[in-house]
Design a protein around this ligand. Sequence first.
Ligand SMILES: [Fe+2]
Length: 681
Amino acid sequence: MSVASVQTPTPISPHLDRVVGDQSSRLHLSPAGKQENDSSRLLGDSLSQKPNGDKESQENGQISEPEPNIKPLALVPPPPKSITQRAKDAAIVLNRYRIEYKDDWDFPESILHSQKQIQKALERGAPIELVIPAFPFKSSNRAKKVLGPLPDEAERLSLLHLNGLCLAIKDAADSDTYLTIVSDGITYNGVSDKEVWQYGQQLRKMAEQNNCHCIRFARICDLVGAEHESDKLDEALYLARVSEYRNLLEANTPSGFDILDAIANDSDISKTYKGYKKFLMSERDDRTGRSRSQTERENSGIAKAMIVRGKAFAETVKLKYPDFVRLSIHPSNDTAKVSITMLPQDNEIVMTPWHGAVVREANGRVSMSHAILVPAMTHDVIHVDGRPSYFRERSDVFDWPSMEVTFEYMYPCGIIIRPANPTSVYPLSMVDMQKVRTLAMTCSPVVLRGFSNTKDRRTFIAKAHDLGPVLPWKSGVIQEVKDESNNDPQSNSVVSAEAMPMHYDGMFKIITVKDEKTGKEKRVSDTPHFQYFVSQSAAQPGDGYTLFASSDLFARYLPQTYNINKLEKIKWTCRSHGFFHHIMEDIPLVVRHPSRNSPCIRWHQPWPRWRTAYGFADISIDNGSQSLIKLIDSLLFDRRVCLRFSWQEGDVLVSDNFAMLHTRTSFSTDHPRELWRIHTS
Ligand SMILES: [Fe+2]
């Protein structure tokens, strides 16, 4: 993400900044730099080191920690990361996308090898390159498995997920990163060559439409020494040459490759063979009256042929892209290739996008399923561009009387609601805010785009009352969030153009209550349930993002060692300086959602003095390892967890402030960015 007005951020030091007490009296204000707020500074050694086990403290509900290493507050930006550290941070990111990911320090051989490849690319000053054979064609079992022959919501989600992987590596390694997709459809039987071509063409279009700029596609002719045909390759030429391409590919089968020996002695091939047989059982049309044993014999032969062709294909990819990090869709022992998840899904066993259909549940879950298993009584097939695209659980929240609207899911979270016909513009006053409220509890942020009269003050306030009881601030019902060009370091950074720390609203809205156990008074958050915004004017595209991090997704991607049950015991302290100037202690890291009872993260990103011209904030963990700070920060900015939302003028947005955290990037003051916000309970 590049922002014209932003200075290139200097990475945070990989060591832990331990903060104890208020040391502000000993500090001098460092010159403030506008910072882009992303995850590039959040990875480091502390995440990739296995914690020391301390049985006693773990049993007492604490996550053990070493003796605190007290260091002074960060006054100046830390030095740039070394190439070695950048490569390691990129490897941590890649490791997190593995099918078998467990912990950040659990690097299999494939990740260690990838780290070396990445380091070499960084040393050469070259982009980091990844390659994956994938996206052959949509399953031929259209009766049971998928919704049609062309890419649909499953491929769209997958492309966004893979593009996010590249962006996350780019953040971590500070280097452009690209993934080359090599369709291996040519190597498999099942559908016609024409369908393989058309699927690939639609996939390319989809990547472009969804701004997946880090994804590249290789043509089959690029792999077999016919690169000169690449630019002029169209459907007719492809169909005319495909048999020749196939022969050229098969010529790359390693000499002496013995399929039976490979199945018996190579655990990855054995795993793939079993997977193929299982896949063929459900893939091949079973209405032709073959006996089960006959089908199994045939499938076994086909699976072996697929492996031989796959081996030739893999050799060809290796010859063509010797320095690329090799990814794979197939589960493996992560020795020679990195087996990654292809899209976010709550299934226990992962499914590739072309073997099933996406199912979105009303509770926010996303899974993959064979189409025939999705009950028609409870789920609708949603069409996009006139084609069936995914299943959505039936719910009143999608039923908007008197209005024809579309619902488009953003990645990795949130939904945009638009008038279905651009010529039918509906006023904000027509919107049922209770439906928006319900949807926001499982699918925040909810964006209303293309509605009229959204910027009108009276209408905006009236609809806030429809959303829920309005919670005014001292300054009034509406907080106008814009740059007020105030240079006083004691002023509120919310009304500046600076980036802000990741937080939930409530960190700065505090009430005093009596502690039931101790009887002492303490300060706690008075947390509003919903944030309700309208964009009065938007920054230029690519500037002034608001970032929303989902607690549901945060919990899904936690490492095994620090799962949500363990984090539920953690308490932390925030010492805010400047405008807010308060100390909040004993804050639970995880609270339960008031309606859903789902775990919700409570957090304020540490905000050192060098990052701000205004109030800084020190964060410490009360009863666990301080290394949790970096883990929490890095996961909240993880591309699988955090939406980078780009505003358009007139957008209305509702976000559940329990389920989500948020922050913003800095923005150029050349184009005034102004949001109005109201809190409701
Ligand atoms: Fe906020």
